[in-house]
Design a protein around this ligand. Structure first.
Ligand SMILES: CC(C)(COP(=O)(O)OP(=O)(O)OC[C@H]1O[C@@H](n2cnc3c(N)ncnc32)[C@H](O)[C@@H]1OP(=O)(O)O)[C@@H](O)C(=O)NCCC(=O)NCCS
Length: 142
């Protein structure tokens, strides 16, 4: 499966908000309220955010966010609700890892999010502990 990542633009706003505000995505996210576009796109203080859409044959199937701070990149990911359970999540995160420029990558995952835990584990992330009830997964590259 080939996923092409492209930078999200304002024309993708409705699509990204629909994916992000879907109940399952909210339940698995740090912020569980319904987000506005400004909240979705704004980087946390001290970080630089890159938001990508993943396309398969020109069809948008999910999104990944790369938040850079110093030598660290935090990944977060969402597959379009209609495209879940088809190995797209794993391919999406793999593409995000290939795009990220830091050696150290992290992801915060809710303990009950079995699909995301599987994806992180399969792609070489190690669980480093827990913060605020979320598991911290880390990938260290040579
Ligand atoms: C989590 C999410 C990204 C997974 O994407 P996906 O495309 O459905 O997952 P995949 O099909 O690539 O499956 C990845 C692995 O999880 C397993 N899996 C998929 N859905 C599962 C489920 N509901 N429960 C348990 N395991 C599941 C798959 O069998 C696969 O395991 P394998 O590699 O051993 O075969 C997607 O469900 C999603 O966007 N959820 C809402 C947002 C979210 O949770 N984001 C992540 C926050 S950390």
């Amino acid at each position: 499966m080939t996923i092409a990542l492209r930078r999200a633009e304002e024309t993708d706003a409705a699509q990204l908000l629909a994916w992000r505000n879907d109940p399952e995505t909210r339940a698995n996210s740090r912020r569980q309220h319904i987000l506005t576009w400004a909240e979705l796109i704004e980087a946390p203080p001290g970080t630089r955010r890159e938001t990508y859409i993943g396309d398969i044959d020109g069809r948008p199937v999910g999104t990944v966010r790369l938040d850079y701070s110093d030598d660290l990149c935090e990944l977060s990911w969402t597959v379009a609700p209609a495209s879940r359970g088809q190995s797209i999540g794993r391919a999406l995160v793999e593409a995000a890892i290939a795009t990220a420029t830091t050696k150290r990558l992290t992801a915060e995952i809710k303990p009950g999010n079995r699909a995301s835990r599987r994806i992180a584990e399969a792609l070489g992330f190690k669980q480093m502990g827990k913060e605020r009830g979320l598991e911290i997964w880390q990938l260290e590259r040579p």
